[in-house]
Design a protein around this ligand. Structure first.
Ligand code: C2E
Ligand code: MG
Length: 751
């Protein structure tokens, strides 16, 4: 459909509007002329009037067509103001010619039209138009003077020419100034408009009553509303319910700071959630400040709203990463600490109890070492999933690192409720899972502390749950333990043992006792076992079964073992130097020593330094140690054999190794565990086992030693069963080196 205005062209529409205004004044003039003609005010013939009016209309139609088609854009002055003014001046002069007595009225009208041009033309164009008008007017007057002298009033007309000649250039100067000013203002405005239109931030201005004055088009992108829609809304409509109170409070503070009269106006930046037209929300950083007028008076509020969704997402991601364990997605130590503190506050307020369960997987290190880290990771993930499935949504499960998990059980009524949950957790962990294609069973130990009885703060609750967990481990793993004062006492003891043990070597608190081994056939002492002892001034005598596992755990068994080796070898040589017969020295090794690459070197050094024959040294290892990584262990044991050292399997029968498996290892001696010997006399089954071990051992050419022989009955049975050697209190307890020297001298000379 035809439209008067060009479509989608703002500046052309403006030009058209101005043209139509000018055209309106033409129509007004035409009506006046027709009116005056019929009143007989002018003597112009009808033909002149018709031609004149038609000419004016045609010239306007032409200008309209030029603007409507956009042809004007090719001109230097696309508004065509000068052209319109020149045409208007021409028609005015025609009017002047025929106006006679109304000539002054026409001149006044022209002045009005000229003023209309004031807002458009430049100085140069004005001067040209002025000159054009003055020359035309003077020519018309001169023409009239020549043709119709009676219509001339010499004084008035000459004066009019002079006034025009002076006034029009003066108008030109003013017009030029105004045009200049207009274009500067419009340039500044369009720059601001361009800026506010192109800027991504939403900028809005309100008055001091928070009524919108302005908002830029970016609001469409941020909120989905057109700026015109927003201008009709209240400022408070912008904010999502979560941010409404904060936003309005802040805005009122800023407004109040403006009203207070102090010059310290407030400006605030805050993160707010803004509502969108589609019902969603977007996070923004919003700056609110006062708009100050030139008298330094606040007149409104200026707001700048920036979309920070991406930044917030990134912040949330970073925050998530900082507070969650990447492997399992569970809250990490940091987050657990926050949640625990939160739980403490809530429980304190509501006078409730809650439980902290400290969970540590049993033997996780072995899975990691033997099956690899990937399998370990898979195991941890699976356990985390089981925990999540098992617990109520209100309970919290987190991973502290390694194989340590924490579970917070909220709203606990009594410990039996927690015990049921702990049992469920143990049952869920032990369910079989497939790692690297093999079905595995994992167990865990759980320590439990309860708020507020076992601690009122994070540290105490965690420490006590941890202590209880250690206790659960000591109680044989795969069980749960509640924290109690008794556990605390035991843990203190252990801590104190750890501290003193670290210094035991340098403080010469360690020494060795020796227990003889007797050969049944010859009745001679053929061997001796070095047994480690520790006497501390505070703890007294601590048994090796107590302190050796601790030394292993804190990693000092290696230097201690090295010391045992050197001391025992040196002692053996000392006895020989005292004229005693050479005996075989048995030394116990622990798993860490066996895994230590330097062990072979340490043995060589001990042998070299002491000068002891390698075949007099026997290393005692347990079944479980060789089974740990059997292929590697065979290689290690073979190296021992290469330097001529003997190898004994200690505590044989307590593990699950059969004699056929033992056969694969290059060993010399088998020491039957004390637990079998103890039952001789009560248990015929054990007797049968002993007999078969001795029998099969002989077939494999092993020396069979019976450990822990305490009674005559036991001794008699073993002797009759053709056991090779005996070690036990019945013959001799572990004794000092001097006592052993006496025993050896007496026994071997009398036999
Ligand atoms: P083990 O190697 O089985 O040592 C024999 C243990 O049985 C010794 O206990 C000894 O005193 C005890 N025993 C010997 N005969 C009898 C008896 O007739 N009746 C009873 N009830 N006990 C008897 P001890 O000295 O307390 O040593 C305990 C364990 O500590 C040893 O068991 C060994 O595994 C470990 N151990 C001792 N010294 C060392 C060492 O230098 N290094 C390492 N890694 N472990 C050591
Ligand atoms: Mg031993």
């Amino acid at each position: 459909m035809f439209s008067i205005f060009p479509k989608d062209d703002h500046s052309q529409t403006l030009r058209m509007q101005r043209f139509l205004m000018a055209f309106g004044s033409y129509i007004g003039s035409i009506v006046l002329i027709v009116f005056f003609y019929f009143q007989g005010v002018t003597r112009a013939p009808l033909s002149v009037v018709v031609i004149g009016l038609s000419g004016a209309i045609v010239s306007n139609i032409l200008i309209y067509a030029i603007i409507r088609t956009g042809l004007n854009k090719r001109f230097k002055d696309p508004s065509l103001t000068l052209l319109q003014m020149v045409i208007a001046t021409f028609w005015t002069m025609v009017l002047v010619y025929y106006a006679d007595s109304l000539r002054s009225l026409v001149v006044i009208l022209y002045m009005v039209v000229f003023v209309f041009g004031l807002f458009r033309l430049k100085v140069r164009q004005y001067l040209f138009l002025s000159a054009f008008a003055v020359v035309n007017y003077a020519s018309v007057i001169f023409l009239l003077y020549k043709i119709r002298p009676e219509s001339i009033n010499k004084k008035t007309d000459v004066l009019t020419i002079l006034v025009l000649a002076v006034a029009l250039p003066w108008f030109s100067m003013i017009g030029g100034y105004i045009t200049n000013l207009r274009s500067r203002i419009s340039n500044a405005l369009s720059t601001i408009e361009r800026l506010t239109n192109n800027i991504q931030d939403v900028i809005f201005v309100t008055d001091m009553n928070l009524k919108y004055n302005y908002i830029n088009p970016s609001v469409k992108i941020l909120r989905g509303y057109e700026p015109e829609e927003v201008l009709k809304q209240e400022l408070s409509d912008s904010f999502a319910p979560s941010s409404l109170d904060l936003a309005m409070k802040t805005i009122y503070e800023v407004v109040e700071s403006g009203k207070s009269g102090h010059k310290a106006f407030k400006s605030q930046a805050l993160q707010l959630e803004i509502g969108r037209k589609d019902g969603t929300t977007v996070w923004t950083e919003t700056n609110i400040s006062l708009v100050i007028d030139k008298n330094n008076q606040p007149v409104g509020i200026l707001g700048v709203i920036r979309d920070i969704t991406e930044r917030r997402q990134m912040e949330e991601k970073i925050n998530y990463m900082a507070t969650h364990d990447t492997l399992t997605g569970l809250p990490n130590r940091l987050m657990v600490s926050q949640l625990l503190n939160h739980a403490i506050q809530a429980a304190r307020r509501n006078q409730r109890q809650f439980a902290v369960l400290f969970i540590d997987l049993d033997r996780f290190k072995i899975v990691n070492d033997t099956m690899g880290h990937e399998a370990g990771d898979q195991l941890l993930k699976e356990i985390a999933t089981r925990f999540k499935q098992l617990l109520r949504t209100m309970d919290i499960v987190g991973r502290l690192g390694g194989d340590e998990f924490i579970i917070l059980i909220e709203e606990v009524k009594d410990s039996s409720q927690v015990a049921i949950i702990a049992q469920k957790i143990l049952s869920s962990i032990i369910k079989p899972l497939v790692l690297l294609g093999e079905e595995c069973h994992v167990t865990a130990s759980i320590g439990i502390s309860i708020y507020p009885i076992d601690g009122k703060d994070e540290q105490t609750l965690m420490k006590n749950a941890d202590m209880a967990m250690y206790f659960a481990k000591e109680e044989g793993k795969n069980n749960y333990q509640f924290y109690s004062k008794n556990i605390q006492a035991q843990t203190f003891e252990r801590l104190s043992m750890e501290t003193h043990l670290r210094r035991a070597l340098e403080r010469n608190e360690l020494y060795l006792d020796y227990q003889a081994k007797l050969d049944y056939k010859t009745g001679l002492i053929t061997g001796v076992e070095a047994l480690l002892r520790w006497k501390n001034q505070y703890l007294g005598a601590v048994t090796p079964t107590q302190f050796i596992p601790v030394a292993e755990e804190i990693g000092i068994i290696i230097p201690i073992g090295r010391w045992v080796m050197k001391t025992a070898c040196a002692q053996n040589v000392t006895w020989q130097r005292q004229g005693l017969p050479p005996v075989c020295m048995a030394i116990n090794l622990s798993l860490s020593q066996l895994k230590d690459d330097n062990l072979i070197e340490d043995i060589k050094i001990a042998l070299n330094d002491s000068g002891m024959e390698p075949n007099l040294l026997e290393l005692e290892i347990t079944e479980s140690m060789v089974m740990y990584d059997s292929a590697h262990m065979i290689a290690v044991l073979t190296k021992f054999k290469e330097i001529g050292v003997r190898i004994a399997i200690d505590n044989f029968g307590t593990g699950y190794t059969s004699l056929t498996q033992i056969k694969r290892f290059p060993i010399d001696t088998l020491k039957m565990d004390r637990s079998f010997i103890r039952n001789i006399g009560h248990n015929s089954e054990d007797k049968a086992i002993i007999a078969s071990i001795i029998n099969m051992g002989k077939h494999l050419s092993l020396t069979i030693v019976a450990e822990g022989v305490e009674t005559h009955e036991q001794d008699d049975f073993l002797r009759k069963s053709s056991c090779d050697e005996v070690q036990g209190f019945y013959f001799s307890k572990p004794i000092t080196p001097d006592q052993f020297a006496d025993l050896l001298r007496k026994n071997n000379s009398s036999s």
